[in-house]
Design a protein around this ligand. Structure first.
Ligand code: SF4
Length: 198
């Protein structure tokens, strides 16, 4: 991971950035940043792997639908001051790609909270926007469909690639390429020098 390049390009686009060697260090940093605030987490294997919900437990008012599934939790998450998620693809040139089925995560990253943190492992980084988009489509989405046990061609083939399916269980329904933080939202990309999520 070339943090100097990432920092330069993301900050040029109006994002804040931070860098940590480990997920544990990144989680401690987030804990200090969000103390006492209303915080919602997006669905994320990265956040699960660094046990962010456990680190934040008792430090803030936390909402996470992976802990308490259901429409009520998603509704409550909309009121959060801070939203934390990862990304399906990140370009060295300063763009973030996310693909959602429900749209809760992508909507929260562009409208609603005052601050958004993206926690990004080194495995998520691609050279440019097109390769970040291809990564999101052909690596992250199929693996997520497999994890969710969806009846989709990508899951049936072990999450090998996207087949641009028309399955009723398709998880790819909204693709957001964020090249700047949206008006009124402060966004920070926290780079972590470990492989996290997919
Ligand atoms: S569009 Fe269909 S085949 Fe492609 S990754 Fe999404 S669910 Fe899988």
């Amino acid at each position: 991971m070339n943090y100097d390049v990432l920092k330069k390009n993301f900050e040029k686009h109006g994002f804040h950035t931070a860098y940590f060697e480990t997920g544990e260090e990144a989680a401690s940093y987030i804990k200090e940043m969000v103390k006492g605030k209303a915080v919602a987490l997006g669905g994320s294997v990265t956040l699960q792997e660094i046990k962010l919900n456990e680190v934040l437990d008792g430090e803030c008012a936390l909402t996470w639908h992976w802990l308490e599934p259901g429409a009520e939790t998603l509704k409550k998450a909309k009121q959060a001051e801070v939203y934390i998620c990862s990304a399906n693809g990140v370009s060295e040139t300063g763009e973030i790609v996310n693909i959602d089925g429900t749209g809760n995560r992508v909507s929260m990253t562009i409208y609603g909270p005052q601050k958004v943190y993206y926690l990004v492992g080194r495995n998520k980084i691609s050279p440019d926007m097109h390769s970040a988009l291809m990564r999101a489509k052909n690596v992250a989405a199929p693996k997520n469909a497999l994890r969710l046990n969806r009846k989709t061609p990508c899951a049936a083939n072990g999450g090998d690639r996207c087949y641009d399916c028309n399955s009723p269980e398709r998880i790819c329904r909204a693709t957001v390429i964020q090249d700047r933080p949206c008006n009124g939202v402060e966004a920070e990309v926290v780079f972590i020098n470990e492989d996290l999520g997919y």
